[in-house]
Ligand binder design. Structure first.
Ligand SMILES: Cc1cc2nc3c(=O)[nH]c(=O)nc-3n(C[C@H](O)[C@H](O)[C@H](O)COP(=O)(O)O)c2cc1C
Length: 181
């Protein structure tokens, strides 16, 4: 199984989390990394498992590269694709918009036929509102708060990636010809 990791970063925090934790913890998967501003349409033409990284900016907006790319993103057909999302945010400074970007991307992916794995519990965070909620107990993906809880990032990423590996294995063990409808 190969992994295609796509992310954007304005002030380097997401970049840091990718380089320092995510790539190492994804070992032994083969990972290719692309920043959103370098994306080409053919990048989505892949059987790889897709991992997306997005920080939230300016009261619930997408990081600038994701913002520029958003219209094109809404045109991608995610049918048959499995995607997981991690998002960076600040639960204290932007408590009403915490990791909104995760939710914005998740909704497009689901609307366009994709399958999101890696839902993450909300219980260890303290925020008021978020567009990233599946329900009050889960975010659509991993929430990382480098602004206030960088000491927890390694542990969170480690646990989430172990969860993803399990979920990927479950998907792989479902026979392709099985009609799940
Ligand atoms: C001006 C500004 C606006 C922000 N807006 C939000 C927000 O609406 N929601 C949120 O969860 N985090 C918000 N943040 C926090 C960033 O998402 C956080 O600092 C993140 O780690 C930045 O990642 P990057 O360096 O990869 O761009 C904001 C930060 C700044 C400086």
């Amino acid at each position: 199984m190969k992994i295609k990791l796509i992310f954007g970063s304005d002030t380097g925090n997401t970049d840091y989390v990718v380089d320092t934790y995510i790539i190492n913890l994804l070992d032994p998967f083969e990972v290719s990394v692309t920043e959103v501003h370098n994306l080409k349409p053919k990048d989505w033409d892949t059987e790889d498992f897709i991992l997306l990284g997005i920080p939230t900016w300016y009261d619930g907006d997408l990081q600038s590269d994701w913002e520029d790319y958003y219209d094109e993103f809404t045109q991608i057909d995610f049918t048959g694709k499995t995607v997981a999302i991690f998002g960076l945010g600040d639960q204290i400074g932007y408590s009403e918009y915490f990791v909104d970007g995760i939710g914005v991307l998740a909704k497009v992916i689901m609307h366009n036929g994709g399958n999101i794995i890696g839902h993450w519990p909300t219980k260890d965070y303290d925020y008021d509102e978020s567009k990233a909620l599946v329900n009050e107990d889960y975010f659509y993906g991993l929430a990382i708060d480098e602004d206030n809880e960088s000491d927890l990032t390694f542990e969170r990423v480690d646990k989430w990636i172990k969860q993803l590996k399990k979920e990927i294995n479950q998907i792989k063990s479902i026979p392709k010809n099985l009609d799940l409808a």
